[in-house]
Ligand binder design. Structure first.
Ligand SMILES: Nc1ncnc2c1ncn2[C@@H]1O[C@H](COP(=O)(O)OP(=O)(O)OP(=O)(O)O)[C@@H](O)[C@H]1O
Length: 417
């Protein structure tokens, strides 16, 4: 890290996959990091017959933003890289502006990439960003996953994000730009101490006496990233042994679960909850601990729109009936954001929970071996008050339900995305 600027291109190339896609995106704000990334990728793309596409998001929040985007556009034209400015106009003047702007930025970049048939977009996060992330997460008492910081690659709804500068310090990148005679834009919000990231940057400057620097903290992140991958692997293997997906629910063998280390129990629980009620913010640590205890002790509980029921040696994780009882969809529409029904053309058919009134219409539901509460929260096909099909309760009548293929398979729920 912080090694000489003249070997920077080789170091960055070595981090990227061996074969690059023929169309590669790069997100350029105009600051030193992403501008260095642009220049480095131009060199790489030229050597490897890759077409580079750059995008700048104009959040419309600072008077200079449009001029900055125009300056990036000019630089790109000079380098022979096609460039677009993506404008964000969506702020409703409520909520956390930084957070909304960031989410909007990723959304715009993702949609642009999909539209342009660009499978991967490179971002200019550096070792300094990584160190600041780790420092901020220390303040939130994060665990192994959080302290692993940002990963090199991540999926953003079908587009891969790469961070090839994570091993480089901002100083090394600025040295490189200076050597190349490139000028960058200083973002004034980088001085704004209202932002935690800027506070972390400031604090980092006072910790070097303890050997805590951008380099060491980003190495800590890399070490913990490796540990995290090992834990994910173990969690995935454990899930295969003690958990099984049945009828929109997950059945967990309580004895197997109780024998697992606490960290793995927690990871299993969070993965299962997100599998059942869809991705979202992970539940709070204290809540997760309570539910782990409840499963081990055989008590029922609820969390994140899921119901956890005990049935002999098993715990069942299913949708909480009240969380889905108002969900109504037509066949071919997503039910509860995830399930799609396919069956014979039935005008007027609706997808609703099987519920208390539907279950008695399915005489053989007990043959499934699935608890009543679990089945009641599953989707069924209705025509008025009549059940047409309840596949999870064993009454198919020509219908099936499948999870939207955009969701990964169950065992992938325990891996970071
Ligand atoms: N306005 C922008 N337009 C295009 N790309 C941007 C813009 N802002 C940031 N980026 C991209 O994101 C990278 C990281 O910048 P920054 O740390 O400000 O982003 P962030 O999205 O807030 O990061 P994080 O993912 O940690 O929240 C930049 O190097 C650049 O590649």
């Amino acid at each position: 890290m912080s090694s000489p600027a003249d070997t920077l291109p080789e170091r960055v190339r070595a981090l990227l996959p061996e074969t690059l896609p023929s169309r590669l995106g790069v997100a350029v704000s105009g600051g030193s990091d992403s501008l260095a990334l642009l220049h480095l990728l131009v060199r790489i793309a030229r050597d490897e017959d890759v077409r580079l596409f750059a995008a700048t998001v104009d959040h419309g929040l600072r008077p200079d933003a449009a001029a900055e985007a125009a300056s990036v556009s000019e630089t790109c034209a000079h380098l022979g890289v096609s460039h677009v400015t993506l404008k964000w106009t969506g702020w409703d003047r409520s909520g956390n502006l930084q957070d909304q702007a960031r989410q909007a930025r990723y959304g715009l970049l993702r949609d642009w990439a999909v539209l342009q048939d660009i499978p991967a977009v490179a971002l200019g996060h550096t070792a300094d960003d990584q160190a600041e992330t780790v420092l901020m997460r220390l303040g939130r008492a994060s665990g192994v996953r959080g302290l692993s910081g940002m990963s090199f690659a991540r999926d953003l709804d079908g587009v891969t994000l790469w961070r090839p500068l994570l091993g480089e310090t901002r100083t090394a990148l600025r040295d490189y730009l200076q050597a190349e005679g490139v000028r960058w834009i200083e973002d004034p919000s980088n001085q704004d101490l209202r932002f935690d990231r800027i506070k972390a940057r400031e604090a980092l400057g006072h910790l070097s006496g303890l050997g805590i620097t951008a380099e060491t903290l980003s190495r800590v992140a890399a070490n913990l990233g490796r540990a995290n991958r090992a834990l994910e692997h173990f969690a995935q293997e454990s899930a295969r042994r003690v958990a099984k997906e049945i009828a929109c629910a997950v059945r967990v063998d309580r004895a197997g679960f109780a024998a697992l280390p606490e960290e793995i129990q927690r990871r299993l629980l969070v993965g299962i909850l997100q599998r059942i009620s869809g991705p979202g913010y992970p539940p709070r640590q204290s809540k997760v601990e309570q539910v782990v205890q409840a499963v081990v002790a055989g008590r029922s509980s609820t969390l994140s729109g899921c119901q956890i029921l005990t049935d002999g040696n098993s715990s069942w994780f299913c949708r909480e009936l009240t969380a889905v009882s108002a969900c109504v969809a037509r066949p071919a529409e997503l039910w509860d954001g995830r399930w799609i029904a396919t069956g014979p053309d039935t005008p007027g058919a609706q997808i609703r929970t099987l519920g208390e009134t539907g279950l008695p219409q399915v005489p053989d539901w007990r043959a499934t071996g699935v608890p009543r509460m679990v089945l009641m929260a599953t989707p069924a096909v209705w025509l008025g008050d009549q059940i047409v099909s309840a596949p999870f309760a064993g009454f198919l009548n020509g219908w099936t339900f499948e999870m939207d293929p955009k969701f990964p398979e169950f065992s992938a729920s325990f891996l970071s995305h």
